[in-house]
Design a protein around this ligand. Structure first.
Ligand SMILES: Cc1ncc(C[n+]2csc(CCOP(=O)(O)OP(=O)(O)O)c2C)c(N)n1
Ligand code: SF4
Ligand SMILES: [Mg+2]
Length: 351
């Protein structure tokens, strides 16, 4: 229903956040996705997180590939920068934009087809370079837009709507992200807004590649018995390892949970991820232990959700490449052409 425009005027009594915006200012166009699609719930969680984090919409750049999931940036943050890349190419376009202007908050939205099939190489390199971004995969196990073919994340043995059994092993993006060096890895479920919103907030504040795999059922092509990405299946097999509270540097830090069940993970900007452990033996700061826990639970048929791994204070791509602190678009002629003497000095350094 793209022809239905949302009314531009807001009720004057709507609550405003600290930067003066209402929640409606973080919305986008009317969604054209199927009613009940998990992707719409993720858009709602992004809107909520940005509003609560007092993010100015013009400070956000949202990039996506192709797919129902990649269409969603049209349905949130209508006043932000946006770019729809070719299928599977969001990570490289985002990396380029980020290198040119490091001052924006980069939000990459992709699908399981977009990131685990055609874009798998791009996904891998964004993770291993620790590009400072929030990378959300809206994972439904199918190519929704092209009418329900198995994607590379579909579980072996799961059934399509027409009863075809998937013979291929799945790509686990969460396990891959951890192995490749992402410094923030989480998994969530589009039916669990209470878990999604703090995870998205924490990912936005994290410096480095923050990957969130969100299981997001496709109600039209992958929500039947035999699917392992349906609402019923995920509700039955979801095993949350922790619940996070996200505390910005501006908020007073209050402890309301019994010690022993809580882990505080300070981020480099002073914010704190307060983890309420549901599984007391789970340690999200130990990459190897987190990976083996994931494998163990997967073998038991559980889908582990929550903040699975975090490395606070990790170096991102800019740190590794010693890039300019100032965004390239703010550099003037004098910075970019420092003259013959500077060129000579540089050439000497290579001799
Ligand atoms: C280069 C290229 N190859 C193939 C396609 C066809 N195509 C469009 S969307 C899509 C898959 C989308 O799946 P996913 O990323 O999981 O998104 P979903 O629709 O499930 O949210 C494919 C194969 C394309 N648009 N471009
Ligand atoms: S086809 Fe599936 S993924 Fe696409 S909008 Fe419909 S429910 Fe969502
Ligand atoms: Mg998909």
């Amino acid at each position: 229903m793209t022809y239905i425009a949302k009314p531009p005027l807001h009720h004057p009594a709507l609550a405003r956040n600290k930067v003066g915006y209402t929640r409606r200012d973080y919305e986008g166009k009317v969604s054209t996705l199927c009613a009940g699609c998990g992707h719409d719930s993720i858009s709602a969680a992004i809107i909520e997180a940005c509003w609560e984090m007092n993010i100015e919409p013009h400070r956000v750049a949202k990039l996506s590939g192709i797919g129902c999931s990649s269409k969603t940036p049209d349905y949130f943050l209508g006043a932000s920068h946006g770019f729809n890349t070719v299928h599977g190419r969001m990570p490289s376009v985002l990396t380029g934009a980020n290198l040119a202007n490091r001052d924006l908050l980069y939000l990459g939205v992709s699908g399981d087809g977009d990131s685990a099939s055609i874009g798998l190489g791009q996904f891998a390199h964004a993770m291993r370079r620790n590009v400072n971004m929030v990378y959300i995969v809206e994972n439904n196990g199918v190519y929704g837009l092209t009418k329900g073919q198995f994607s590379a994340t579909a579980d072996k043995g799961s059934k399509s709507k027409k009863g075809v059994v998937n013979a291929d092993s799945p790509v686990d993006l969460v396990g891959l992200a951890m192995q490749l060096g992402a410094s923030f890895v989480a998994r969530s479920f589009s039916g669990d807004k209470a878990q999604m919103v703090p995870l998205i907030k924490a990912a936005m504040e994290h410096g480095g590649a923050a990957f969130i795999d969100i299981i997001s059922p496709c109600v039209t092509f992958n929500n039947h018995p035999g699917s392992t990405r349906s609402y019923d299946w995920v509700r039955e097999h979801n095993e949350a390892v922790n619940r996070i509270d996200f505390i910005t540097p501006r908020d007073p830090i209050t402890a309301s949970i019994a010690p022993g069940e809580v882990v505080d993970v300070p981020q480099h900007d002073g914010s704190i991820l307060r983890l309420r452990k549901l599984h007391t033996d789970y340690d999200p700061t130990d990459r190897v232990a987190a990976m083996s826990y994931l494998h163990e639970r997967a073998a038991e048929g559980e889908l582990v959700t929550g903040l699975l791994y975090v490395e606070a204070g990790a170096d991102d791509l800019h740190t590794a490449q010693h890039t300019s602190r100032r965004p390239l678009n703010s550099l003037g002629r004098a910075d970019l052409c420092p003259g013959a003497a500077a060129l000579e000095k540089l050439n000497q350094a290579f001799r």
